[in-house]
Ligand binder design. Structure first.
Ligand code: HGY
Ligand code: MN
Ligand code: MN
Length: 413
């Protein structure tokens, strides 16, 4: 006999979430912008705060060898609920952290109402979803899913510190990474709450959305080599200007995105010109390309076209170009049954169960290798994210947390 749904005060849940996110947002490496990178002192402080909240919600808390904060309650195959607590540079306060705070509040409500489910639950606060410190992403969720790649340990951050060195400095032992993995059968499903980071829910005037799939991504690191030379003496037709070449390749990436159908997107997010002086023609330029599409074949064809035409630009300009793949992940569908259970939970809190794809990547793209996954989006103002103007209303957050409680109450693995 199914117990009745517990009484919930949606507005109160939203207010509590807002206050917790405010506390987390104050933990930053810089006073004027939110920056909390993987395995930094700020990650440590945020992890300690989240661990405290998890313990206050009645969870048994531990940290694994990657610094993931994990809170468990109950026995048997566990429902996993989580998101990430590290941020991009100059971040908003909701991306990732809302999913962790929502999970804690939902569990706390069920515990207070003495309505914890019979199955086990594990909350996870991941530490490396954003790729904002090391040129990798989803590494800490990959470890929980048992797919951590050894080569990740040798990756270095902008200061030359390797992932392994950062783990040790954080007090972790890379040798123990395998212990972080859950065995298949230990996890019944993974569900994540997250701000939408896009404009769809606001346009549909709906607070919540069920994610159908996360679109596939390819990330490249491109190095263009020309010849550093004097800005005043070398005639224009004799230059091997690496930055002008990189700029033409950037416009090529934009053109590929604009010409494509079906929502393919291409972004050059970072660029560095060397030696980087006003009076020197740049000899070396490094930049990144992030290209995403719902259809994997279309994404791969776009990458092939970019690679081919970037070579042509380089040849014409007497430059060299080296293109390295730093991340590739296929479009990841969310489990249909879990989507339906989320839809029922959304309806149970009085919202319309809108379904939509995610242009953003999430830890579920790792966790799908371990168990079925699902995501619930909450509307964010103007679809703005990866920006301090990111905002989700307490009312919408309260609804999302209530929907998570209803999902857990009725969860069928
Ligand atoms: O880039 C992404 O899709 C995610 O926000 N890290
Ligand atoms: Mn995120
Ligand atoms: Mn993000």
């Amino acid at each position: 006999m199914q117990p009745p749904p517990i009484a919930l005060n949606f507005a109160d849940l939203g207010r509590r979430a807002e206050a917790m996110l405010e506390e987390l947002a104050a933990i930053s490496a810089e006073p004027d912008r939110l920056m909390r990178l993987f395995l930094t002192p700020e990650h440590r402080r945020a992890a300690d705060l989240v661990a405290l909240w998890m313990r206050e919600a009645g969870l048994e808390v531990f940290e694994d060898a990657l610094g993931n904060v994990r809170g468990r309650i109950g026995e048997g195959p566990r429902l996993l609920v989580g998101s990430h607590i590290e941020t991009v540079i100059d971040a908003g306060r909701y991306d990732g952290t809302f999913g962790v705070v929502a999970a804690i509040l939902a569990l706390d409500e069920l515990r207070r109402a003495q309505a914890l489910p019979k199955f086990g639950i594990e909350l996870i606060a991941f530490g490396d979803e954003e790729a904002s410190r090391f040129p990798t992403t989803l590494s800490t969720s990959a470890a929980v899913a048992g797919n951590f790649e050894e080569k990740t340990l040798a990756l270095a951050d902008a200061g030359g510190v390797t992932y392994a060195e950062a783990l040790r400095a954080y007090g972790k032992d890379p040798v123990r990474i395998a212990d972080a993995a859950l065995k298949s059968g230990e996890a019944s499903a993974y569900v994540e709450l997250h701000i939408e980071q896009g404009p769809v829910l606001e346009a549909e005037n709906q607070p919540l959305g069920i994610v159908t799939a996360m679109v596939g991504q390819t990330r490249l690191r491109i190095e263009v080599t020309g010849e550093a030379s004097h800005a005043g003496t070398v005639p224009m037709d004799q230059r091997r200007d690496a930055l002008a070449g990189a700029a033409e390749m950037t416009l090529l990436a934009e053109r590929i995105g604009r010409e494509a159908k079906g929502g393919l997107v291409a972004t050059v997010g970072s660029i560095e010109a060397k030696p980087g002086a006003v009076n020197i023609v740049p000899g070396i330029v490094r930049f990144t390309l992030d290209l995403r599409a719902a259809e994997d074949a279309q994404r791969k064809a776009a990458i092939e076209r970019f690679t081919r035409e970037a070579q042509t630009i380089a040849e014409r300009r007497r430059l060299e170009v080296a293109i390295a793949l730093t991340h590739e992940i296929a479009t990841t569908p969310c489990d249909q049954r879990l989507q339906d259970q989320l839809a029922a939970a959304v309806a149970a809190v009085g919202a319309k169960p809108v379904r939509l794809p995610s242009g953003a990547g999430h830890d579920g793209m790792s966790m799908v290798k371990l168990c079925p996954i699902a995501m619930l989006f909450v509307r964010c103002r103007g679809g703005v994210s990866h920006n301090p103007a990111e905002y989700a209303s307490p009312a919408d957050m309260g609804l999302a947390i209530a929907a998570l409680v209803r999902f857990i109450e009725n969860f069928r693995p």
